[in-house]
Design a binder for this molecule. Structure first.
Ligand code: TXA
Ligand code: MG
Length: 344
């Protein structure tokens, strides 16, 4: 069975020992909970894929505590790494870099690159340091479930399938790290996150966002297999309403009434002050506090899913800048193509 430990000295030592021995340990990072495993232990990495039900063609992020800790994992270090690390590490940024032969193919799904991150959460850093090994860790959810932002989410998906959870409370960022590919001619963001394109642009003037239409359709499969759109989805079909807030809420409420008339149990993911009532409603935050929306998004998706609704209607948030782009990306994946554009 899966034990839960506190992130005190004894808990960290125990978790580090389990990791060194090839076990599976979920732990908090500032973004979401990760499911950690010894990155250089092929057998342990295989067990991790089995526990998650994750396809073997989706590569993992290797977590280290220092830039030196990554040196032996890399075949070369592009010139921009030092500046990016200096500015954004520890933090919610993952760099895709040329891998050395030390990194097992199981970790990278056979790619010539490896994804590296130094997380900012003190528990994650303490655990990596105590273990003294690089730790491969995907988000600690079952494949196609929303990423976990608290220990209870991890247990809901993986109780009995993993050895240990280190309970560090709620994570603060709430959406997964920005993934930046430095192996291409033009540095490319594969997954938007809390380190935004604007922030990266201050260090890398030519950085660009991947073409979402390609990755979502699977036409660019090797770029980042984990970016297929069926990730992050709740069990009930979710429809996303995008556009001007007042018009969106009016249309969403009308569609909710129609669905209810047809006998469907309707769940709504609304902003805190949206004028909707009479359905199963989970409030996510407000347009004026997008970091708060990001922090609560996955817990809200799990909550509305657990309520046992037949359909979920969700309203979008401003997505022109900042973490709004990551929120829109995750909501669109959860919607898997069911997007209603409301003009005014
Ligand atoms: O915030 C996070 O990144 C969390 C915490 C635990 O660190 N981890 C996380 O891992 O979200 P995961 O496995 O759920 O997502 C990793 C993403 C996937 O989209 C994967 O395809 C991509 O990173 N990735 C990993 N290695 C890659 C590589 N060599 N090239 C391109 N994409 C890669
Ligand atoms: Mg994941």
């Amino acid at each position: 069975m899966t034990d839960v430990v506190q992130p005190d000295a004894a808990g960290i030592q125990r978790a580090a020992g389990v990791l060194r021995a090839g076990g599976l340990v979920a732990f908090p990072t500032e973004t979401v909970y990760g499911l950690g495993v010894h990155a250089l232990d092929r057998e342990a990495v295989r067990r991790l894929f089995l526990a998650k039900g994750r396809p073997a063609n989706d590569p993992l992020i290797v977590h280290v505590a220092t830039l030196d800790g990554a040196a032996s994992l890399l075949a070369s270090r592009p010139g921009s790494v030092a500046a990016l690390a200096g500015r954004f590490w520890p933090g919610p940024l993952t760099l895709v870099l040329p891998k050395s032969r030390l990194v097992p193919d199981e970790v990278t799904a056979g790619l010539a690159s490896v994804a590296i991150r130094i997380p900012a959460h003190p528990v994650a850093l303490a655990l990596i340091e105590a273990a003294g090994i690089p730790i491969a860790a995907p988000s600690a959810n079952l494949f196609s479930r929303p990423s976990p932002t608290r220990a209870a989410h991890v247990l809901a998906d993986l109780d009995g399938r993993i050895d240990l959870v280190v309970d560090g409370g709620d994570t603060s960022v709430g959406v997964e790290s920005t993934v930046l590919d430095l192996t291409r001619d033009i540095p490319t963001v594969l997954r938007p996150g809390a380190v935004t394109l604007e922030m990266l642009g201050a260090v890398l003037p030519h950085v660009r966002m991947r073409d979402a239409s390609h990755t979502a359709s699977g036409a660019e499969p090797m770029a980042s297999p984990g970016l297929l759109s069926r990730h992050y989805s709740p069990r009930a079909p979710l429809t996303l309403y995008e556009g001007h807030a007042a018009a969106v809420v009016a249309r969403l409420a009308a569609d909710a009434r129609d669905a209810a008339h047809q006998g469907q149990r309707v769940g709504i993911l609304a902003a805190d002050d949206d004028p909707v009532d009479g359905f199963t409603i989970v409030r996510v935050g407000s347009d004026g506090d997008l970091p708060g929306v990001a922090a609560r998004l996955y817990a809200a998706l799990r909550e509305i899913d657990a309520a046992g609704t037949d359909v979920i209607l969700a309203r979008g948030y401003p997505a022109d800048t900042g973490i709004g782009i990551a929120i829109q990306d995750r909501l669109r994946r959860a919607a898997a193509g069911r997007i209603v554009h409301v003009d005014s």
